[in-house]
Each structure stands twice: as C-alpha cells, then as structure tokens.
Design a protein around this ligand. Structure first.
Ligand code: PEP
Ligand code: MG
Length: 755
C-alpha cells in the first residue's frame, strides 16, 4: 500500500513543496490532507487543531463532509480524537466504532469508516492537534504507516507553531499553540518586566525537517552519535573540564543514555521515514517529553531533563553549533526562561539587557532568587514546563509582585502592564525624594532603616536608598556564587570593599550560614534528613573551626582601624555564643601578636532565629553587644513549617499573636538590658510587618533594598503610640478568635497609611 504511491519519503517531499507555496493557510491545509490521504491510500484524512479553550476543531478534511470543517468541535476528551490528544499517543483501530470512546458526529458523515489511525501533533512534548486517517474497510494500519503519519504530523506541528493558522481562526478560539497563557507561580523577586523570551538553554531550532537523501542522513546521525559519545567520554574522564562544572554522575547518566539502543533505534526509524537527522532526534524527544510530562514521578521528571539535555547536545553536534551559546548577543529586554539556574549563571547575563527571570524550579530562598533580588530583576519560579511552553522571541510579562507570568499576552494585558510599570516608576521617584529625610515617625520615634546585602552588586543600594547601614551582610553568598572556596585573601578584599563603600555607616557581618540547604558545590555535602535542623551555620563553624577562624581573621583585618560588627547565625545555646566569641578573641590575640592593625572596636552579636533563645533571653542579653532577629528562620521553627515549602509556610501568619508576643518580649528585654536589637528577616521588608514591628518597639530594621522606599514612606506617617494603644490589647486576648493582621490593616486604613 505504501509502495504504490511512493511511501512516506515521497509524501514528505511533496509536503515540502506545499509548505513553500504562496497560498492561504486554509488552502495549504486542504492540500496537505489530500496529499496524505492519497499517499496512504486512505479515504479520509483530517486535521484537528487544539484551541485555547481546550477543544479540538476540525480544520481540514479530505473524505469527511466539507461542511463540517470549522464546525465540528470536540471536547478535550471527546471521542478517539480527544483520546489521542489527551494521551498524546497514537490510536490504531480496525473497528473504531466499537471503541468505548467513539463519539459519532452526524455532520461529518464518518459512520461508514471503520478503521481509524490518529496521531498527536506534538511540539516539545505539547499537543497542538491531532492528525487522522480513516478507511471504510476493517484493517489495522501497519507500524510503518503509524510511524509515517507521526513524521508527517511534525510538518503540521511546524505549521501550527508558526502562528499561520491564527488568520483563519475564530476570535477567542485560536490555536492553543500560540495563544496567550497566564500562569501563576511563586513570586521570587519583586518588580514587573515586559520583554521577550530568551531560553537559558536554547532549544536547537531546526530549519530543515525533510531529508533530501535518507542514507546520507543516517550516516550523519551515526557520525554525530560517535562524536557525542567521544565528547561525553572525555568529559567524564576530565571532570575539571566538564563544561559549567557538571557533576560526574550527571555526565555518567548522559553517557549511559547515549548508548541506549532503544533511543537510537527510535531516532533511526524516524529518520528512515524521511526526516533529517536533527528532525528525527527532535521527533523522538518530543514523544518522550509528551509521555514523561504526564508522569508525576519526580525521578522520571529528572530523567526527562537529562534526556532533553542529551537530545539538545546531539542536535548541536549535528548542526555544528557550540555547546554553550554565547550570552554576548543578548537582545534588549530579555526575559530569561530556565529550568533551574545557579546564581553565577545569572550574573553572567548582561545586566543592561536582562529584564526578568522565569524558572521551572527555584524557591524564594534559593540562591538564584537572592541574586535576582540583589540585581533588582523581577523573577517568578515554579512555572511548570516553562521551557517547553515558550519559543525564543515570544512576548512575555513577568510579574514578580504577584507571581504571574503572561505568555504571548493580548494587547490589552500588555497595555495594562505598561501602565503599571509607569506607575511604579512614578512611585519609585517619590521614594527617591524621601531618600535624605530622616526616618522619624509622626510621634518622634527614630527608626534606623538598613539594608540586607551579601555581594558587591548590593553595595550601590546603600547610596541609592540612603539607608543607615547594612544590617545583615550574608557572607555565605560570596561562597555560594564562587566555583571554588574563597581564600582568606579574597574574603578580606570583599569585606574591605564593603566597609569602604559603607564609609561611616555601620555594617553587620554575619559569619557563614552554610550547610543544610545552603550547599556549596565544592564542599563535601552530607545527606541529612532534616537539613534545616541539621549541621549548619554556627554548628558547622564550631565543629570545624578552620573555616570560621579564617573568616573571622579576614573580617578583623578588613576592619583594621575601624569598627567591626560581627554576628553568629543559628545560635541555639548560650554556650555556642560563648565559644564563638572566644574564637574571635583568639584571632584578635593572634593578629595583635603579628602586628596587624586591629579594629578600633569589635561588637559581637547573635542572631535570634532559634526559639530556645526565647527562654534564655536574660542570659543571652547579658553577653551580647547586640541582637538581630532572623524572622525567616524564627517563624519556620516556631511553627515547625519549612520556609521553602509553600504548602506549609503559608499556613501560618507571622502577624499572629504568638509570633508578635515573642517579638515584643525580645524588644522589651533588650531595652531592659540596654542592648540594641534589630530585625533582619523578610517581615521587616513588608510595610505591614514593619508597621507591626515599630509598634512593638523595634527601632532598627534591615530590609531588602527595594523595600526601603515603601517602608520609609509608611513610617513617616505612623504614630507608634496610637498604634500601640490600638493593637497591644489584642495581643493579650485569648488567641484563636483574633487575626492581628486584620487589626493592623484596619488601623493602617484608618490612619491613611499605605501598606
Ligand atoms: C532569617 O532567618 O530571618 C535571616 C535573616 O537569615 P536567612 O534568611 O539568611 O536565613
Ligand atoms: Mg536565618
């Protein structure tokens, strides 16, 4: 049957001619179905296109009634066509009408056709439509015919993805492939950006789908696979030259896949039907994606990523492209879309052209999010299959305030966002105007607003915001973005630059807060069941003091002749603070003995992040020079709710009586002991949180730089005494009935405060 009309290769060649003809989209589709039906000796060939509303519309047919075109619309799971689309798998039946899913549409006149072969039209694993052939006689289509129809579907996928069909679509019922999508993920970094998609790991764009000479394509495939394997072998042997420092086990997995006979066989089969070698790789990868995207097993999903990478590598070898595409030619207004990304990779992008970031993974406290916030780039995470849903150059909007992403937004959405960007810019200008105003509340209370920082790129924010200092310098960030352990000298250079940039403003350095989930790629990592409760921060620092000592030494030297403020993270027992303080004194003695310039004054503080300290506040306050409350961790431990897991972290409100009572107790006791206390967690960066804290008695807050403006604008209008009179009584009421957040919002509204 294939032989009679030349088989799939002839069909593909004819299709290529049709694709190049200067005809309307509808004419082209009509010609395509006629060609396929003739070639496959089928009485019917139809194309259904998946629409934005999730239904499948008949776009062209040879054999069914013409009147049904654009009239027959199937529900997503209706009939065999719906089944092919939802399962993304071919269906091949000799007696279709007896299949339980069969659905009869009288307008099509299909009741006389018994055999049915339907294949999904796939691109990057997403279903764009369904292609079917039907015959009157009861027959089973051969495996070769099924394969040939799938290959043909690839050509249709190109056509649908190009957006050509939009011109013949009914408004509101456009093809899903290019439609506007709104996806909600997790807001990682504040701000709004409009721009165009740049894939962090670009998919290879295939320009030539149909082979001129199949044996030649098969040969190219073999040569390229040999080159790919040799490449992987070399990389596994020389871990150091592995591009981007990929881990050995990942490379081992790639190598294993590259020898997988099943995978290679499928690609060869696809090429044999008349595709170019790269199109064969893409087709097989698209099928694999379609299957694996339907799996919920995280292990399988990870393997999908590996297979994607491998297929991409192979396509690059075939097309003679370098593995890592250059970042130099980044277009203006780029919005980078990635599966996941390390902090260093983000810093590699040209800051002037990079406008936003979208990740499939990534939590609020992931390192890349921290860097995105430091750079002031809006970012959204947990957007499922983001990389598979976009094409390079697609228009896209990232809303880092709400966590929304608008892909290929409609004109009205674009216009609305354009307005919001302008409004934000105006507001920013208002905040800038407050820059030099002292932060004093309506009732005369001075509140020191400082910034949280951790990298050199954060330092200009000190000047821009007019902040009173750096309330939290997260020293681990330098370690997290580095490829190798920063030496004492490198640490010294950074700390000195920080103190220089801050001039007379105070800087509070926090010693390394690593371990647990803050993993350094170049350090041995211990598997822990509960990393947040594990061997991290000061625990690691005291058990392996080499690292902590070298860091403290670098800080002491950097602060020669000026004040050094240093604090320790995750203190849970008084003894830990005593030991850490003794370590600082030991290093001071050491430096003195070696004739180094010493700091003028050393202030040693503790972070209050572990609830055990709440019950030893008096003893702690007798010892420390200052306290800094880390509300991010304190909240997670008070409620036993993982701060990185939005399923549980959003269950509990920081603005509830138990937390506020604890925070008030800390502020009261610190005042009693005459010791300064600040709060440096995210709570202080939200105007409502900052308002609550000022009411509770906090007079020093350390915030994300972008929060200084809104928080200051609110504080300038706040009367803390009025607030205390209004809010404090609720803290003493039996808990359970009162939401303090609502009370705070009510108070702010009554006072005309902008939250
Ligand atoms: C905190 O826990 O509130 C804090 C400021 O530290 P980090 O977010 O770095 O853990
Ligand atoms: Mg912390």
């Amino acid at each position: 049957m294939r032989g009679a009309l030349g088989g799939p290769r002839v069909l593909l060649r004819r299709l290529r001619e049709v694709m190049a003809e200067p005809v309307s989209a509808q004419d082209r589709l009509d010609k395509v179905v006629v060609l396929i039906a003739a070639n496959m000796v089928a009485e019917v060939c139809s194309v259904y296109v998946l629409r934005v509303d999730g239904t499948l519309e008949l776009y062209a047919t040879e054999g069914l009634k013409r009147e049904a075109v654009h009239e027959t619309v199937l529900k997503a799971d209706e009939g065999l066509v719906g089944l092919v689309a939802s399962e993304a798998q071919p269906i091949n039946m000799s007696d279709a009408q007896n299949h339980p899913a069969f659905s009869f549409r009288p307008e099509t006149g299909e009741e006389i056709y018994h055999s049915f072969l339907g294949v999904p039209v796939l691109r990057a694993g997403n279903t764009l439509g369904v292609l079917t052939v039907q015959n009157r006689a009861r027959r089973t289509y051969t495996e070769e015919e099924e394969e040939a129809l799938q290959t043909t579907a690839m050509v249709l996928a190109e056509m649908i993805a190009s957006g050509e069909l939009s011109s013949i679509a009914r408004p509101g019922a456009e093809p899903a492939a290019r439609h506007a999508v709104q996806i909600t993920g997790v807001a990682l970094s504040d701000g709004i950006a409009l721009g165009h998609v740049v894939l962090h790991e670009p998919r290879v764009v295939i320009t030539n789908v149909i082979a001129d000479d199949v044996p030649k394509e098969l040969k190219r495939l073999d040569t390229s696979i040999a080159a790919l394997r040799a490449d992987l072998d070399r990389m596994v042997e020389h871990r150091d030259v592995a591009d981007g420092g990929e881990h050995r086990d990942v490379l081992e997995a790639y190598r294993m896949f590259s020898y997988d006979q099943g995978w290679l066989h499928k690609i060869r089969e696809a090429v044999s039907t008349g595709l170019t070698a790269e199109a064969g790789v893409e087709r097989v990868q698209s099928d694999t994606r379609a299957r694996m995207l339907r799996a919920s097993d995280p292990y399988l999903r990870d393997r999908l990523h590996d297979l994607d990478d491998l297929a991409n590598r192979l396509m690059r070898v075939l097309m003679g492209q370098d593995h890592a595409p250059g970042r130099e030619q980044l277009p203006d207004n780029s919005i980078v879309v990635a599966r996941s990304m390390g902090p260093a990779a983000l810093l590699d992008y040209d800051r002037k052209k990079l406008r936003g970031l979208i990740l499939e993974e990534g939590g609020l406290t992931s390192h890349v999010s921290i860097v995105a916030r430091a750079l002031g780039i809006p970012a959204v995470g947990e957007i499922e299959n983001a990389t598979g849903s976009v094409e390079t150059g697609d228009a896209i909007i990232v809303d880092g305030t709400t966590g929304q992403v608008h892909l290929r937004p409609r004109q009205d959405i674009q216009a609305a966002y354009g307005e919001r960007v302008k409004l934000r810019a105006r507001r920013q200008a208002q905040y800038r105007a407050l820059r030099d105003r002292p932060c004093i509340t309506k009732d005369g209370e001075k509140v020191a607003l400082m910034i949280n920082a951790g990298l050199m790129i954060d330092l200009p924010h000190l000047e821009e915001t007019g902040a009173a200092g750096i309330g939290l310098f997260r020293t681990e960030l330098q370690f997290m973005v580095a490829d190798t352990l920063p030496r004492t000298g490198e640490q010294l250079t950074l700390y000195r630059s920080v103190l220089d940039a801050a001039a007379k403003k105070p800087v509070t350095f926090r010693t390394l807060d690593i371990g647990g989930d803050k993993v350094l790629p170049y350090m041995r990592n211990f598997e822990e069941e509960n990393p947040a409760l594990g061997w991290r921060a000061i625990r690691l620092g005291l058990d392996r003091p080499g690292l902590l000592r070298s860091q403290v030494r670098a800080m002491l030297r950097a602060a020669g002749g000026r004040e050094l403020r240093v604090m320790f993270p995750m203190i849970a027992m008084i003894e830990e603070f005593d030991q850490a303080k003794a370590l600082v004194e030991m290093e001071l003695t050491h430096l003195r003995r070696h004739g180094h310039a010493l700091p003028e004054r050393v202030q040693i503080g503790a972070m209050l992040e572990v609830p055990s300290l709440l019950f030893q506040l008096d003893e702690l306050l007798e010892r420390v020079d200052f306290l800094s409350v880390g509300s991010n961790d304190l909240m997670q431990f008070l409620y036993a709710a993982d701060r990185g897991n939005s399923r549980v972290s959003e269950r509990f409100d920081a603005l509830s009586a138990p937390v506020l009572r604890a925070l008030k107790d800390i502020a009261d006791k610190a005042r009693k002991h005459g010791k300064p206390v600040a709060l440096c967690g995210e709570l202080a960066s939200q105007p409502i949180g900052a308002m609550a804290l000022a009411i509770l008695g906090y007079r020093a807050l350390s915030l994300s730089p972008s929060a200084i403006g809104p928080v200051k604008a609110m504080l300038l209008e706040l009367d803390t005494k009025k607030g205390a009179a209004e809010i404090m009584p609720f803290l003493d009421q039996p808990i359970g009935s009162v939401s303090i957040r609502e009370k705070l919002e009510g108070f702010a509204a009554a006072q005309g405060l902008q939250l």
